[in-house]
Design a binder for this molecule. Structure first.
Ligand code: ATR
Length: 277
């Protein structure tokens, strides 16, 4: 019997998830169908229940429903709990299991695909919203020597440091953008987890933060050379990456969680890559 999965979000027209999951299914011989559902504002629970009651086996959850999915779940993983948000659901009888694979997808892309181990490295994370929060536990588990969180609204970064500090083995702290001007370190990995690039804006970060040859990673996907990546390029970053690898890796994590088989990601990432020009 064909098992049903879906991605739910609003808007959802741009989603690559059906393409990614149907490619994974073909590749691994899994009999699944995967559709996109435009969830209604304020109607997440009802829309997800309709899909579940019709026999749906699992869902990916995207903006703006990651907090609604958190509230809807009956069984939250540690990752989902710490992220405070859910991006994948698995239905099993009365249980609604919930996960958050965004951060682990990002780490897999950085460490495995881009070949940039985080252990012992100096990492600068820009942003303290949902995307940054989802990345923190997987990042700290990589044991960076330093993880500095910078945010426009400093109090949000301070809250995150307080919440995650017990997981840190290295130096884990936060500051504001003006304070970043006084930080003399350069960073091996600079990650833009702000939503600035979605509006073509540049977070107010200065060129001195990029260590020569560092990796500059833009979480936004398919935006080409964003103002952040341009700045990094001009500052001598060794590699530039956007979030296409993270998108495919988080999908692979969900697929394996649902189906018990790990799909191959490299060719899917290649097929979805938009040149950074
Ligand atoms: P997401 O789920 O994409 O993380 P979010 O939770 O709304 O979205 O968080 C957006 C993040 O981008 C926040 O850290 C925000 O900073 P504030 O907390 O100060 O609002 C950050 N951000 C958005 N636009 C920015 C800009 N132009 N410069 C710097 N930071 C920006």
């Amino acid at each position: 019997m064909t098992d049903s999965y879906a991605v739910i979000g609003n808007p959802i027209g741009h989603t690559k998830s059906p393409l990614i999951h149907s490619t994974f299914a073909r590749q691994t011989g899994q009999d699944i169908e995967y559709v996109a559902i435009e969830g209604r504002t304020g109607g997440f629970r009802e829309d997800a229940e309709t899909f579940r009651q019709a026999g749906g086996r699992g869902m990916n959850v995207t903006a703006p429903f990651k907090l609604d999915a958190f509230a809807y779940a009956t069984d939250l993983s540690e990752r989902a709990q710490m992220a405070g948000a859910v991006n994948a659901l698995k239905f099993d009888g009365e249980h609604i299991h919930a996960e958050n694979f965004d951060g682990i997808g990002l780490v897999r892309d950085i460490v495995h695909n881009l070949g940039c181990p985080m252990q012992g490295k100096r990492v600068l994370l820009l942003g303290a919203g949902g995307a940054a929060r989802g990345a923190l536990l997987p990042f700290l588990r990589q044991k960076p020597a330093q993880l500095l969180v910078v945010n426009r609204t400093l109090s949000k970064a301070q809250t995150l440091v307080e919440q995650f500090k017990d997981y840190a083995e290295g130096d884990f702290s936060c500051c504001s953008y003006p304070e970043l001007g006084d930080v003399s370190e350069r960073f091996d990995l600079v990650i833009n987890a702000t939503s600035a690039s979605l509006r073509g804006e540049l977070p107010p970060v200065h060129t001195g933060v990029f260590a020569p040859g560092c990796l500059a990673y833009e979480l936004a996907y398919g935006k080409g050379l964003t103002p952040f990546l341009k700045l990094a390029q001009g500052a001598g970053a060794g590699w530039l990456a956007d979030g296409v690898g993270m998108l495919v890796e988080q999908a692979a994590e969900a697929f394996e969680w649902w189906r018990g088989v790990r799909p191959e990601t490299a060719t899917v990432i290649k097929s979805l890559t938009v040149p950074l020009t």
